[in-house]
Design a protein. Structure first.
Ligand SMILES: *Cc1c(COP(=O)(O)O)cnc(C)c1O
Length: 434
């Protein structure tokens, strides 16, 4: 035990960790019911009662809206398509600026582009990694129309400060809640804190339908427009009598009856899954925070964190070893990751590279070769996505942040103890890494 596994010593653990797999009897029964009906989707892309989908889709939407205490829930086939609907619904036009986070999954920043909108990056909070209200405020111009906030890692954005800024400047707030379904700020659920919220039901999230998403809003008009964009708007606006034709080119973003049935069964499991993630993180927090140089990330006052991943801050000045070396050594103490069905270590350093550093933004090439919308008549002043744009995000990515997913049930205390042992061992023998 005195030699680190990365240097050829014996590792702390060889046995894989249990997989996060909560598709079970309930989902199978729900799917079979749909299979027996023979109706796997009931949408029609024309003005008809079935424009809004079949029985399972509608029941799922009703249950989602009830659970999250919101007026409208609109099922879509991904969070990506949901964000696209949201951007279209609020009427983003070519050249409109939308303030986005660089520290998220890519679509949180690319969504405005589908309508010619210009993503403008604001930096994140050092403590909670969501958009920093001060930075947001400094990015507002006459062209700003909206802010896409992200409830990163499982806790809500600073809705009090950012919603206030949005009201002052007449901006829409779109909330990307892919990582925080069930987190709360005060009495309100994340996802319902802005004007429109979007959840993901992809395979990696707290609950899933394989692929899927849900858009929520209390605003009747926005809900109507999202439903239109979801399902071939252009084909129905005439008969439906829709007057506002802005962004009424529709798509097929429809969730199937099978997915909706799975979603209904999954929603019933959400609360329990969150509780056990929180219990496990609480235990890890207590033990891992004893290691000098490793700091548990804070939870926003008044908020609950539901741990899509658990973030930590690393201080190389205290350990004397870089984050990447340290975490690399921890990984070597634990079994390597394989498939979702039998998992190994689930630790990652830095999260995503700040999104403005992606080739899309660096080259400013999105649709065709002209540079639209970045270099076009709609964006005369041009826009820059230089390195250094969001220093906190860059620092987190390069040096300070790491995160893990070991808290996912059904891990046991014993599993978590192995993780803790791996960290402790690497800390104790960190001199071997120098
Ligand atoms: C997963 C994720 C998405 C995308 O969700 P899909 O359903 O795969 O489109 C968007 N934003 C964030 C923050 C995510 O974590």
């Amino acid at each position: 035990m005195s030699q680190l596994a990365i240097n050829g010593g014996k590792s702390v653990r060889k046995k894989l960790f249990p997989a996060y797999k909560f598709i079970g009897r309930e989902e199978k029964a729900a799917v079979n019911k749909v299979m027996d009906s023979g109706i796997l989707s009931r949408y029609l892309g024309c003005w008809h009662d079935d424009f809004y989908g079949g029985l399972e889709v509608r029941a799922f939407e009703k249950e989602w809206a009830d659970y999250f205490k919101v007026k409208h829930a609109i099922a879509v086939n991904s969070c990506t398509s949901g964000l696209q609907c949201a951007i279209g619904a609020i009427g983003i036009e070519p050249g409109d600026e939308v303030i986005v986070s660089p520290y998220s999954m890519c679509v949180s920043a690319t969504a405005p582009l589908w309508y010619g909108g210009i993503p403008v990056f604001a930096d994140i909070e050092e403590k909670y990694f969501c958009l920093d209200p001060k930075s947001v405020e400094s990015k507002i111009t006459k062209k700003t129309k909206a802010i896409i906030v992200v409830d990163l890692f499982g806790q809500p954005y600073d809705a009090v400060a950012i919603n206030k800024i949005a009201r002052q400047h007449n901006l829409f707030v779109i909330e990307d809640c892919a990582q925080a379904p069930g987190a709360k700020l005060g009495k309100k659920f994340a996802g319902t804190l802005g004007d429109i919220g979007v959840y993901s039901l992809n395979y990696h999230k707290h609950i899933h339908t394989g692929e899927g998403g849900v858009v929520v809003t209390d605003n009747d008009e926005l809900a109507d427009r999202v439903r239109l964009i979801r399902n071939h708007a252009e084909a129905v606006v005439e008969e439906k009598g829709t007057k506002n034709l802005v962004n009424m080119v529709g798509f097929n973003f429809r969730l199937t009856e099978i997915q909706a049935a799975i979603g209904r069964a999954q929603l019933k499991k959400l609360q329990k899954l969150i509780k056990s993630r929180q219990r496990n993180c609480f235990y890890l927090n207590k033990e891992l925070s004893k290691i000098p140089g490793i700091k548990i990330a804070d939870i926003r006052p008044g908020a609950s964190h539901i741990y899509y991943v658990q973030p930590f801050l690393y201080d190389e000045k205290i350990t004397g070893v870089s984050r990447d070396k340290f975490i690399g050594a921890v990984k070597a103490e634990l079994p390597a990751t394989r498939l979702r069905e039998c998992e190994g270590q689930q630790i990652s350093v830095g999260y995503n590279k700040p999104l403005y550093l992606l080739p899309l933004f660096q080259q400013q090439l999105a649709f065709g070769r002209s540079g639209y919308p970045f270099k076009s008549q709609f964006c005369k002043k041009g826009t820059s996505y230089n390195k250094g744009l969001c220093p906190v995000s860059e620092r987190m990515y390069e040096k300070e942040l790491f995160s893990h997913e070991f808290m996912r049930p059904p891990v046991t205390r014993k599993d978590l103890d192995d993780v803790i042992s791996a960290f402790n061992k690497v800390y104790r023998f960190r001199d071997q890494l120098k």
